[in-house]
Design a protein around this ligand. Sequence first.
Ligand code: C6P
Length: 408
Amino acid sequence: MFNTEEIRRKFPILDQQSNGNPLTYLDSGASSQKPETVIEAMNSYYRQYNANVHRGIYQLSEKASAAYENARKKIARFINASTWRELIFTRNTTESINLVAYSWGLTNLKSGDVIITTEMEHHANLVPWQQLAAQTGAKVKYIPITEQGCLDLTKYDAWLSPAVKLVAITQMSNVLGTIPPIKTMIEQAHAVGALVLLDGAQSVPHMPVDVQALGCDFLAFSGHKMLGPTGIGALWGRKDILSQMPPFMTGGDMIKRVTLEGSEWHSLPWKFEAGTPAIAEAIGFGEAVEYLNTLGMANIRQHEIELTTYALECLNQVEGLRIYGPQNPQERGGAISFTMGDIHPHDIAAVLDGEGIAVRAGHHCAMPLHDKLGLSATTRASFYVYNIAEDVDRLVNGLDKARELLTK
Ligand code: C6P
């Protein structure tokens, strides 16, 4: 069903040596690799029909516009949006969340209102809310994490009240891998009249996400973490909410009519897409989603559960290694952060790099979470469709080598 050998052949970058060893790419949580079809789709735009969109009355531009809008439709369908008009192209998850903070937040929040988020958020789903609170007088509350790296939902239950206007949570932690019980949390938020924004940067690439079934209000995600190019992401929002929101940025392409006295905005989604968009990138993003569909998101999730199960088993046996986050693979994604004794996480990553293994070390843009864990950094391995059990074996061997080299 899930032929990793065949999948790996679609990713030309994987067929290379790194520091004299076969490349073992374990940093898809930061950015995934791209299949040939995505690279080719972008190439053929530039080679065959490069032109601006929504402007030219000539064949190339019409072809480019159709490809750009077709990509939008594919991505909207991928998350089961009720209409493509709800799918706004942005640069990435960060920009999608800022769009909501500046457009919806500045219009709707006031002193005394509450935004609930969590201690395990990426800075992209934390700093914009701090900024919004500073500008409006609203207050940000952070759901704490438990020893096991899950959310302490007793606090969430206690804090929910009509003062809460927004709940902004990750659907999968980029450090702990934790998948919170989102559907229940959304229902609880709606019961007090709050909207819910999901940070889908790590979830949308790795599991089936259906915005209608979840009932969320906004979903932010990035193309580059789901086999697509950098520079393109998406914000999905409920049409009735997006229609009421003012534009985030203004200028060309997002207007219906401009006079010297004022302007009228374009309809959705273009109201939120000022200026020339990332055309090749949108086309590549659409192709990435098409490839994910051929693999099947449920199959991808299953593959990662199996790989994570194996990785947790192996890593738990590595001397001195401590994993942060849930141990049950059903409750987590395939980003595994760890420390090994007193060895600095960057030193571990450097030794692994010498073995051709690419992992990330640092705070993973989640400094408050690392503060909570009493750490300045962790090393993180993260998996995707092209990873295999052999990658885990190489990681474990690399970690043994790092311990030999780096402990006195
Ligand atoms: N996390 C990581 O290595 P952007 O950079 O806008 O595409 O995505 C931001 C972002 C938001 N939320 C979560 C949960 C994320 O994981 C990320 C990106 C990368 O973990 C790069 S810091």
